[in-house]
Structure formats: structure tokens, C-alpha cells
Ligand binder design. Structure first.
Ligand code: PMP
Length: 347
């Protein structure tokens, strides 16, 4: 058979990458991926799916979906760009604007992974001791490296806190680049977020996703920004990026607000989890504004394995936050199983 030297063909920036691995680990209680434990009504889904004609392409512009999202976020459809999850929108942003791409660390890994996949320079600036933006250092790097894009996940994954809004504002005001405030976890936060400031800052982009509020299977995310920015990013979007099923179900869920009560349950369970975890010897949970709790343990690998042995899957953050694990808020029953298992492991 003919031999080819793939190493010479593959883009050099891709050669050194490793594929994103999201292994399926069998477990009874799945609390590792920041998903919602509550799904959208399956009868409504069946009805919506039955109306879809699979021989036709989806609406390339997801018009109904963008209209429903616009209503939800208090903006016009022109301010919204739809994505196959916000991961895809991160890809589009970097493809459209290029690097350098700056972000604080630890944070969501895809900002760096996608920058590198596209051959763009990524600049990671460590957070301060309170998991907040190190403003002085960030502004220094912004001045020197002039990043075209800055990603700020607030609430931040995996730390769970919101960054100080004054610091975010200072960066928006100082930088000549695009600031993306990734509000994937905003529905669980007590802070109001950055949507109200969109009108004041033409370089501000808000990113939202439906993945954390019960629709992860659909892969739907949104950019919300000035129409000028939306038009530029839309140029690199693939024509039918959100499929017909996702468009129909996400539109219905945004309109009927069928997932809102689940958000309230998750917030109240998160607060219960935090308080109960704080009482366990050897466990240090960090306050969270998201649908997960970051916690420090003496031996994260042993605790992770012991929890898994009891059927509870959490996220081991060995790569990004030494000594820490992250647990997603589940149903009250799941959280009780987790707490019982954690108490037994911590002994
Ligand atoms: N941003 C942050 C901060 C996240 O934690 C995640 C998911 N882990 C995403 C974006 C990606 O979400 P989506 O499912 O919409 O691609």
C-alpha cells in the first residue's frame, strides 16, 4: 500500500496536540460534567421531533431559535449568533479574529486548546490567590502582547466564583481587543452578569450556552454582541451548524421556560452541598456561583477512586488544580449519595 508521511502534511500546530478525551466512565451517580440532572419534557420533545422532515436541511440561520434567545436575553436577533454549543463559537471567534488569545488560568480548557489547534498564540495569566483576575499583571500583558481576544469565564470553571466586575470592566476599557465574557454558568449566579453593559461597549461579547440548564444533548450556544461583531463571526460559521431537532427543542424550551424551576433547585442544592461539605473533616469546598463545587482534599486521586468505587463520578482536576476535585450539583437524592460517600471516604 502507498505510504504517506502524515507528519509532513498535518499543520505543525496540530501535530503536537492530543485529541480532547471525554471518556465514558460507568457509574451510578454522574457528577463530573457540569450537566443539569433535569432533562426537558420528553413528551414535548417527541411532538417537536415528529414535525421535522429529515430530508430537508435545517434553517441555516436558526431564525426562530435566535428570536427566542433574543427575547430571553433582552436583545434583538441581530445581536445573536447561534453555535453548535459554545465550544463551536469559541472556534469561530478565534478563526474570525485570530490571536494572541489571552485568558486567566485555571479556566475552561477549550480557549487554549482551540487557539493552539488554529495555530494562534495563547497567553495564560494566573489568577490571584482569591481566584480573581490578577488585574495588574493582566493589564501589563494586555499592553505588551495586545491580545485580539480575551476570554473571561465568569462564573469561572473550575473555580466556581465570579470575577470582580470592576476588574472585568477595567480590562474591557483598556484593551483594544474583543473581550468575551463566557457566562455559561450565569443562570446559577447571584450577580447580574454583563448583558446590561452590551450597549456601552462595542468590544464586549457575551457567550451563553443551554448545556448547563438541561439541554447539553442539543449542543446549542449563543454569542450576544454588537451586530458588527456578529456579522464578522458569522462569516466563518458553517451554514447548517445547528440541526433541526436542536433548533426546534431549544426554541420551545426557551419560550416555555420549562427549565427555570430546575435552575432554582440546583442553586438551593448547591448551597446545601457547600454547607454539608464544609462540615466534613479534611474537605475544603470553595464558594460557588455555578452548578458545581470545587473542593480540596488531602489525596485527590485516592478520594476520586474511593468515590468511584461507591458509584459516584466526580471530576479530577489534576491537570489544572492540584489537590482539587469538582462535583456537579445533582438531584437532591444524588447529592445525598455523594455526601454520604464523601464522608465515608474522608474518614
Ligand atoms: N464555557 C465554559 C466555561 C464551560 O465550562 C463549558 C462546558 N464545560 C463551555 C463553555 C462549553 O459549553 P457547550 O456545551 O455550550 O459547548
Amino acid at each position: 500500500m502507498k505510504k504517506i508521511d502524515l507528519g509532513k502534511l498535518v499543520r505543525p500546530s496540530v501535530c503536537g496536540l492530543r485529541a480532547y478525551s471525554a471518556k465514558e466512565i460507568p457509574c451510578k451517580v454522574k457528577l463530573d460534567a457540569n450537566e443539569s440532572p433535569y432533562a426537558y419534557d420528553s413528551r414535548k420533545i417527541a411532538k417537536l421531533a415528529a414535525a421535522i422532515r429529515t430530508n430537508r436541511y435545517p434553517d441555516p440561520e436558526s431564525r426562530e431559535l435566535r428570536k427566542a434567545a433574543g427575547k430571553r436575553f433582552g436583545v434583538s436577533s441581530e445581536n445573536i449568533l447561534q453555535g453548535n454549543g459554545s465550544d463551536e463559537l469559541i472556534y469561530y471567534l478565534i478563526a474570525a479574529f485570530s490571536g494572541p488569545v489571552l485568558f486567566p488560568v485555571p479556566t475552561f480548557s477549550m480557549y487554549g486548546i482551540i487557539s493552539r489547534a488554529l495555530g494562534e498564540t495563547d497567553i495564560a495569566v494566573p489568577l490571584d490567590g482569591e481566584f480573581d483576575i490578577d488585574l495588574e499583571r493582566t493589564l501589563r500583558v494586555v499592553k505588551k502582547e495586545k491580545p485580539k481576544l480575551i476570554f473571561l469565564s465568569s462564573p469561572n470553571n473550575p473555580t466556581g466564583n465570579c470575577f470582580s466586575s470592576e476588574r472585568i470592566l477595567k480590562i474591557i476599557e483598556t484593551s483594544k481587543g474583543i473581550i468575551v465574557v463566557d457566562e455559561a454558568y450565569q443562570p446559577f449566579s447571584s450577580e447580574k452578569g454583563f448583558l446590561p453593559l452590551l450597549k456601552d461597549y462595542p468590544n464586549l461579547v457575551i457567550m451563553r450556552t443551554l448545556s448547563k440548564i438541561g439541554l447539553a444533548a442539543l449542543r446549542v450556544g449563543f454569542l450576544i454582541a454588537d451586530p458588527q461583531i456578529i456579522r464578522e463571526v458569522n462569516k466563518v460559521r458553517l451554514p447548517f451548524n445547528v440541526n433541526s431537532f436542536s433548533q426546534a427543542i431549544a426554541t420551545a424550551a426557551l419560550k416555555d421556560r420549562g427549565l427555570d424551576s430546575a435552575i432554582r433547585n440546583i442553586v438551593s442544592e448547591r448551597n446545601r452541598l457547600f454547607l454539608a461539605m464544609a462540615k466534613i473533616d479534611g474537605i475544603k469546598p470553595y464558594p460557588s456561583e455555578a452548578n458545581f463545587v470545587l473542593f480540596e482534599v488531602k489525596d485527590p486521586v485516592a478520594t476520586y477512586n474511593a468515590l468511584l468505587k461507591k458509584g459516584v463520578l466526580v471530576r479530577n482536576l489534576a491537570d489544572s488544580m492540584k489537590g482539587c476535585l469538582r462535583v456537579t450539583v445533582g438531584t437532591p437524592e444524588e447529592n445525598t449519595v455523594f455526601l454520604k460517600a464523601l464522608k465515608e471516604c474522608a474518614i
